[in-house]
Design a protein around this ligand. Structure first.
Ligand code: ADP
Ligand code: TYD
Length: 209
């Protein structure tokens, strides 16, 4: 049985991750590839509870927040992601480790060594095969999230904070060019979809055949 591929979408608020995750899944299905979509925080009953908890009662201590995201991720990897990949199913996750690196690492300054250690225990060896980083000026992303009508407490942060987050994602794209592809998310939905499909075809479909 050929192992499935693991694809993650990352980027700031409202950049189009959920929209593109759905479109990519539809394209893969049309290409005959078995695929599931999942998200973080979330993806499991425990993960969804953690999501509700974090969104509702924001932890005052960044370390609490980091450990909650890590706990949800451990459950997500062991009960959803790893079994699917082992079974030959492709997995698309709307946010994953890079969100922690950027939101808890860059924004709160929590130590990269600690974040790496948590990744080692919660994710390893199931790191993403391909990460699509959707890039958009922070003001546009927040505007899209506002228009969508669901502005989370994270979305509502100051625009300077969103720019710090954007920079964090750009740094990851630069430092890990084999895993990450940077996508211009300011283009129309269908053009972003084409860019995503080109990246997936070039990185994964050729070797999957
Ligand atoms: N390329 C795009 N151009 C314009 N609007 C978009 C684009 N992609 C998504 N949107 C819209 O922006 C909002 C946020 O998109 P969404 O996929 O929910 O983003 P995210 O999951 O990154 O928060 C939605 O209302 C969506 O319809
Ligand atoms: C997965 C993850 C998410 N987050 C944050 C990013 C988002 O602001 C929030 C999840 O909200 P979500 O609704 O997924 O964001 P979006 O507005 O992009 O659709 O949780 C972290 O801070 N760390 C993490 O590890």
């Amino acid at each position: 049985m050929k192992r499935g591929k693991f694809i993650t979408f990352e980027g700031g608020e409202g950049v189009g991750k959920s929209t593109q995750a759905k479109r990519l899944a539809e394209r893969l299905e049309r290409a005959g590839v078995p695929v599931i979509i999942t998200r973080e925080p979330g993806g499991t009953p425990v993960g969804e509870d953690v999501r509700d908890l974090i969104m509702k009662d924001r932890p005052t201590d960044p370390m609490t927040e980091l450990l909650l995201f890590a706990a949800a991720r451990a459950e997500h990897v062991t009960s959803v992601i790893r079994p699917a990949l082992d079974d030959g199913t492709w997995v698309i996750s709307d946010r994953f480790i890079d969100s922690t690196r950027v939101y808890q690492g860059k924004r709160y300054g929590l130590e990269p060594e600690l974040i790496s250690l948590l990744e080692r225990y919660t994710v390893s060896p199931d790191f993403p095969d391909l990460t699509l980083i959707l890039d958009l000026p922070a003001t546009e992303g927040v505007e899209r999230a506002q228009n969508r009508g669901t502005l989370s407490r994270y979305d509502a942060e100051r625009i300077e904070t969103h720019e710090v987050l954007r920079k964090g994602f750009l740094e990851i794209a630069t430092s890990e060019p084999k895993r990450c592809v940077l996508i211009d998310a300011s283009l129309p939905v269908s053009s972003v979809e084409t860019a995503v499909w080109q990246a997936v075809s070039a990185h994964l479909l050729v070797e999957a055949r």
